[in-house]
Design a protein around this ligand. Structure first.
Ligand code: UDP
Length: 322
């Protein structure tokens, strides 16, 4: 019999990549999405594919109902949540609900079926970190009373749900903390740094660096991230664990702007704009646990990933202008 997987956030950036991969590997896939930040276009090619069912629903609702389709499920990937600051700040309550009530709802499904459960948490669990780089044991420096709290704190509570389900019910819950992930699969209005800079560079608009650009991030190409999600799901070594997933190569945002300007041969100017409140100053994962437990490390470095991203966005822009 085919293995069955549920993917929440199936129409999102990571979810839609996972739908494609799991269908290719012969899984029966149930995709759930409320299309708040996900786009149906992302999964349009699979909507009528054999083995794929799509449910448009908000898994963060308290009255989210158990569907017979969820019976005999093997894997539950709980990816649903806006992830770009632009979107989670537009939908703060929905973000809190999906990462807390939604995590609870999906853990229940996993528990009833004795399925493996993967929750995508975030490097934002570390807030504006005072320990650098960040190992999983670092407890973070999160502002509970600010514009990022809806995301950071709800992901942290989602982690606590996973902890309790694992300890109390023996649920096979696993948590990955994803650091910044990118590719051209991000919406071009996503608002995150790579999609903004690439679109700006390709269209000749100013490249908008927030602050002085000295803040750093570590960028992981989507293929590497998806490989990590699948390994975490498959491997028993990840059960009851929190594992950082990211590329430890750290870049300042100004350097990223310069790289993109140069790789696109763009005439855009780099301009400086106010830094958003609570913007973390540094971010870089320690990935020893991912290496040891999952035998995973990233393969695609930033320049290579940027070239792929730029080429895809360029083709999309060409199609629009034809
Ligand atoms: N950023 C920027 N210009 C932009 C978008 C983002 O300088 O047009 C900065 C942002 O202030 C942050 C970093 O890039 O320091 C990464 O932002 P993003 O929204 O991609 O993700 P975050 O890591 O903050 O969640």
């Amino acid at each position: 019999m085919k293995k069955k997987a549920i993917i929440t956030g199936a129409a999102g950036f990571l979810g839609s990549h996972l739908v494609k991969e799991l269908l290719n590997d012969g899984f029966q896939v149930i995709g759930i999405d409320n299309l708040c930040s996900g786009k149906i276009e992302n999964i349009a090619p699979y909507l009528h594919a054999p083995g794929f069912s799509f449910i448009r629903e908000d898994v963060g609702h308290r009255d989210f109902e158990y569907d017979p389709l969820f019976d005999e499920v093997d894997h539950v990937y709980h990816l649903a949540s806006p992830a770009s600051p632009k979107f989670y700040q537009k939908y703060p309550i929905e973000t809190i609900q999906v990462n807390t009530v939604g995590t609870h709802n999906m853990l229940e499904i996993a528990r009833r079926n004795d399925a493996s459960f993967l929750f995508t948490s975030t490097s934002e669990a570390y807030g504006d970190p005072e320990v650098h780089p960040q190992p999983e044991e670092y407890r973070g420096n999160v502002n509970t009373w600010g514009p990022r709290a809806c995301y950071d704190e709800s992901k942290r509570l989602g982690e606590a749900y996973c902890y309790e389900y694992n300890k109390q019910f023996g649920a096979r819950a696993k948590v990955v903390r994803l650091f910044n992930t990118y590719s051209a699969g991000l919406r071009n209005d996503d608002g995150r740094v790579i999609s903004n800079f690439v679109m700006q560079a390709l269209t000749g608009e100013d490249i908008t660096v927030y602050g002085d650009g000295s803040q750093t991030r570590s960028f992981c190409y989507v293929d590497d991230t998806i490989r990590a999600l699948r390994l975490a799901m498959e491997k028993d070594s990840a059960t009851g664990q929190i594992i950082n997933i990211g590329n430890p190569a750290e870049y300042s945002i100004l350097r990223v702007a310069e790289m993109i300007k140069s790789l696109t041969n763009s005439r855009s100017e780099i301009v400086f704009m106010p830094l958003p409140q609570d913007d973390p100053k540094v971010r870089r994962p320690v990935i020893t646990k991912a290496i040891e437990l999952l035998d995973w490390s990233p393969r695609i470095e930033l320049e290579e990933g940027l070239i792929r991203t730029i080429n895809t966005y360029k083709n999309q822009l060409c199609k629009i202008s034809i």
